[in-house]
Design a protein around this ligand. Structure first.
Ligand code: COA
Length: 220
């Protein structure tokens, strides 16, 4: 048996954070319909950055995407998760985006994190929560040596996610990719090589609020 075969590596199909369930694609309970609804409702927001979000997909196209994602999850070529907001009971609520590990180098154990949210789910730290969960998975069960986030240099919201989670900007590759407008664009490379450097923005915000409150108290 080839013990380096990535197909044999155990990867959890569900990851939980305070507000999210990250769930690997399923083909039995209508993920294609949900994906179709969320992508179509998010198209204007996604179009500037996501090459796959240029045209309205049909339900059949979305279902085919889910099935391919599930197959690639099993072969460990692309570990895609759908992001479901947890309801008041902590159970699976609405589908609000996607995140996953792409460009997987199983030999070196280097992985790249990608993410997107529906516009109604932005501004609450949910992408950062997904990045933290995937980074912990990568450095934990998957024994990563390096985790990367790559963004279009013009995508300030995405760059902010990487920095907020403790990734370091390691370089900007000029004219590295074609933007969705067909013009060359620069790519920012963010890297993390030690899980101890991973930051939890929710905890950071809480600590900042507490220290501001303590400052007010002592000055009052
Ligand atoms: C990139 C993208 C996922 C970022 O979404 P986001 O909501 O800004 O990022 P987060 O989920 O980390 O939330 C951070 C925001 O929530 C706020 N926030 C509120 N509560 C928070 C909490 N508990 N923790 C962290 N942030 C919190 C932050 O202040 C920040 O808001 P600000 O930008 O107004 O300062 C989103 O813009 C998107 O889907 N873009 C289109 C697709 C895309 O570009 N994908 C990336 C390709 S590389």
């Amino acid at each position: 048996m080839n013990h380096n075969d990535p197909v044999l590596i155990q990867v959890p199909e569900i990851l939980a954070t305070d507000h999210l369930l990250l769930m690997a694609p399923q083909t039995v309970d209508g993920d294609g319909v949900l994906l179709n609804f969320t992508v179509n409702a998010s198209l204007e927001h996604l179009r500037p950055w996501m090459p796959w979000a240029q045209e309205r997909p049909t339900v059949e196209q979305s279902e085919a995407i889910v099935r391919r994602m599930k197959a690639q999850f099993l072969t460990r070529e692309h570990l895609a998760y759908f992001l479901y907001e947890r309801d008041a009971d902590g159970l699976r609520g609405s589908l609000i985006g996607g995140a996953g590990l792409v460009r997987l180098d199983w030999l070196l154990r280097r992985f790249e994190i990608g993410y997107w949210l529906a516009p109604t789910a932005t501004g609450r730290g949910l992408a950062s929560q997904a990045v933290q969960a995937l980074s912990r998975l990568a450095f934990g069960a998957l024994r990563a040596r390096r985790v990367e986030i790559r963004t279009d240099a013009r995508n300030h919201a995405s760059r902010a996610v990487a920095l907020r989670c403790g990734f370091q900007l390691e370089g900007v590759l000029r004219n590295d990719a074609l933007g969705v407008d067909g013009l060359p664009t620069d790519t920012c490379i963010f890297g993390l090589i030690d899980v101890a450097d991973l930051r939890d923005p929710s905890a950071d915000r809480m600590a900042a609020a507490e220290s501001a409150a303590a400052g007010l108290k002592s000055s009052g």
